[in-house]
Design a protein around this ligand. Structure first.
Ligand code: B12
Ligand code: SF4
Length: 599
């Protein structure tokens, strides 16, 4: 562990009473993922709990009292008797985070900041906090508390070396008001072996995949199940970054889950190269993974090569999607426009690809240069950063100067494509195409020579849809269905036509998935409203850099510890095989070949 201290600060802690720590999660602005437009229908206040804060709570020794306030579910109480305030969030919450921090500091509170925003924009956080934490908190938080107790803590702690995941305790989910959240959340691994140029994950969490012991994963799942939660996000950066671990973990999770009366259903994020491993896909089906976010980015090979997403270059993307869907999953695509190779034709290319692949949910973003990433460094050197970075890449704004078209053409093209993708007709086509892969009419995608877990070649027939995506029956679901139908059948002909087509189309293709379609009808209300009310609007981001240290660059970014450079300095060559260190003998021939192809 390497910690960089900037200066010592002496604040004597109170010794009389039990000390208290208040953990604060600031409010999200409306976003693609906020589900802000359907909170009423869904009966939740926000999508997911702040796992980082629950982890910090679990790292805190028992002699402290802890309270967690999530502003996404309740108003914050600034008049607290807490000794320490911890604020953690993503860059998208930046504005609110700083307001909240300033308010607590006005009241004389010691404010600590950590989380994804501090990992990439520490210079901007600096003026708003007393103690700044960069990187994973498993070691630095305990170090800080020990030093604070003695009145000699520092004002900055940086975790450079990656932590051992065995030292990451089960998050304190007992602090949460579970009913206010749509989903629970666990993390089984951190890091990803790939090399995508724009990605901050490999900067913060590294390219060597580190995993939690599988027995801890099951314990965490049991805790969520005991809390009455049915839907879980596996918040791994790439579920299949280490396929050997992923298989063992999914087998254990599947066995545990299928033994339950009503299995939990899972949402995951993973790279499409998983398609080359049918055993892995079969285990995902067994575990009851019902939705998968896939980082596809673009159908254009030149853009994929430019951004070093080699695992996608080596994959037939449209076919890969159909195969993944046939294992019972709804697919979500992460797509990006604005690569250097993107000209004005990219908007139509993206549309054609997404409709052909039939990916119902598309998170279409603009290429953004996140500080500390290799992309940021390249563009900074080339003088192509046009503004300060901000945390939401699904707004009509980017900090990158494009090459093959003007900035205005890029923004307008992005907006038009977003709107086009979320017309009722386009959504209906993509949804039914996905559902088709669960039904009898699924056109079989053979994988010649590929064998299933039983060692036999996979037979050319559709897989039965065995997913259980809906959780336990709750009376609230009936009310929810009424609200969804009210939205679609309230006299608006286009909506009614869409909903009828979705329901009837599902009945024809995979009748057992009918209620799955009903629940996604709610999802599409949010996405359609987001397209109309947020993306379609002009977005201006004029960042005021008052008090920010701009010695690194004029945007107050990147001048601090640069993890990419540090990693390079270590001269430790990282390659995609690193995830398999110590288990080389277990790497099946076909995975090894695939990894060579994606290096
Ligand atoms: C699950 C997840 C989501 C969930 C929501 C999670 C939530 N709480 O609401 C969903 C899918 C909805 C989501 C959405 C988005 N997400 Co998201 N998400 C994640 C993911 C995969 C896991 C988050 C998590 O639970 N991590 C596990 C916890 C334990 O990690 P952690 O919070 O970072 O905490 C650790 C350290 O940061 C540190 N720490 C944190 N706080 C503190 C405080 C102190 C005092 C200390 C000492 C340490 C410390 O210690 C912890 C343990 O090591 C991360 C990737 C990742 N690996 O984290 C992306 C990530 C956080 N998301 C990201 C983004 C960009 C988004 C979106 C803005 C995308 C978009 N364009 O809409 C949206 C915004 C959300 C919204 N509601 O509007 C980025 C954030 C980039 C940044 N630097 O800000 C990440 C890093 C992924 C990425 N690289 O692209 N996301
Ligand atoms: S596959 Fe995903 S997590 Fe891995 S480097 Fe690429 S963008 Fe980052």
């Amino acid at each position: 562990m390497t910690n960089a201290a900037v200066s010592s600060v002496s604040t004597s802690p109170s010794t009389e009473r039990r000390k208290k720590i208040l953990l604060v999660h600031p409010k999200f602005p409306p976003s693609f993922w906020s589900f802000g437009f359907i909170k009423d229908i869904g009966g939740f206040k926000t999508v997911m709990p702040p796992l980082g804060l629950c982890t910090v709570a679990a790292l805190t020794p028992p002699q402290y009292d802890i309270e967690l306030q999530d502003e996404n579910i309740e108003d914050l109480n600034f008049d607290t008797d807490a000794d320490i305030i911890v604020i953690s969030c993503m860059a998208i919450q930046e504005k609110r985070m700083f307001e909240v921090a300033d308010e607590f500091r006005k009241r004389g509170k010691l404010v600590c900041m950590g989380g994804p925003i501090c990992n990439v924009l520490p210079e901007r956080c600096r003026p708003h906090c007393d103690v700044l934490f960069e990187g994973e908190g498993e070691y630095t938080w305990k170090q800080f508390l020990g030093e604070w107790e003695k009145g000699e803590h520092k004002d900055r702690y940086v975790q450079v070396d990656k932590i051992d995941m065995r030292d990451s305790p089960p998050p304190r989910i007992d602090l949460l008001k579970h009913r206010a959240y749509r989903l629970g959340c666990i993390q089984t691994t951190r890091g990803c072996p790939f090399t995508c140029e724009f990605c901050d994950i490999i900067v913060t969490y590294g390219r060597k995949v580190r995993a939690k012991p599988i027995e801890n994963v099951i314990k965490e799942l049991q805790a969520w199940a005991d809390a009455g939660v049915d839907f879980i996000t596996i918040a791994d950066d790439n579920l299949v970054g280490d396929r050997i671990y992923a298989k063992k973990m999914l087998k254990a999770v599947g066995d545990w889950n299928r033994a339950r009366k009503v299995p939990l259903s899972f949402y995951v994020e993973m790279s499409v190269d998983c398609v080359k491993d049918p055993e892995l896909l079969e285990l995902m089906r067994h575990a009851n993974i019902c939705e998968a976010f896939l980082g596809i980015e673009t159908p254009r090979m030149s853009s994929l090569k430019e951004t070093k997403k080699m695992q996608n270059v080596a994959t037939d993307l449209a076919t890969a999607i159909k195969i993944i869907q046939s294992y019972g999953m709804v697919t979500v695509a992460g797509m990006i426009v604005g690569f250097d190779s993107d000209d004005k034709l990219i908007f139509n290319d993206q549309y054609e690809f997404l409709q052909k692949a039939g990916i119902p949910i598309v998170m279409l973003g603009l290429l953004q240069a996140i500080p500390r990433t290799p992309l940021y460094e390249r563009l900074e050197k080339a003088g192509r950063l046009r503004a300060a970075a901000q945390g939401n890449n699904t707004l009509s704004f980017t900090n990158v100067d494009p090459i093959c078209m003007s900035y205005e053409d890029l923004i307008n093209g992005y907006r038009d494509l977003f709107a086009r993708l979320y017309t009722w007709e386009a959504v209906g086509d993509r949804w039914l195409s996905n559902v088709e892969q669960w039904g009898k009419k699924a056109y079989y995608l053979s994988q010649p020579g590929k064998t299933g877990p039983d060692g036999k070649e996979i037979k050319p027939q559709p897989r039965k849809w065995i997913q259980k995506p809906l959780g336990r029956f709750k009376p609230f679901l009936a009310l929810q269905t009424i609200k969804i139908f009210k939205y679609y059948f309230n006299g608006n002909a286009a909506r009614a036509k869409f909903a009828t087509r979705m329901l009837w189309g599902t009945l024809k293709r995979a009748p057992s998935a009918l209620f799955q379609t009903v629940s996604y009808l709610a999802y599409f209300i949010h996405l359609r409203e987001y397209a109309d009310k947020v993306v379609a609007k002009e977005y201006k981001f004029n960042y005021v850099l008052d008090q920010v240290n701009t010695s690194g660059n004029k945007f107050g970014e990147g001048g601090s510890i640069n993890m990419v450079k540090l990693e390079k300095e270590k001269k430790e060559k990282i390659n995609v095989f690193d995830a398999y260190k110590g288990a080389e003998k277990e790497v099946p021939k076909e995975i090894a070949e695939d990894l060579v192809a994606t290096k």
